[in-house]
Design a protein around this ligand. Sequence first.
Ligand code: SF4
Length: 79
Amino acid sequence: MTDSPNCWKCRFFKISWDPRFPYECEAMNFKSQALPCIQVMSIDGRHCQWFRLKPEDAQSAESTTPKSGIKGNQIDRSA
Ligand code: SF4
């Protein structure tokens, strides 16, 4: 895995309503045909500095071990 920003995992990444520019970066407020992080790299020559992991990805990255217990609508079949 690389350390470069990935728009698909970024909280600022959106799909645009505009089919000509289907991707959108909410942090820098622009739409693009290519992924915004690729646009940033091609224009600025550096990786995107705004990248922030999506909350759900951040939570799964924090928990490396499975949690015990019953969650949601799972049924406890051990009883
Ligand atoms: S902040 Fe960077 S990584 Fe996030 S959507 Fe914009 S360009 Fe992509």
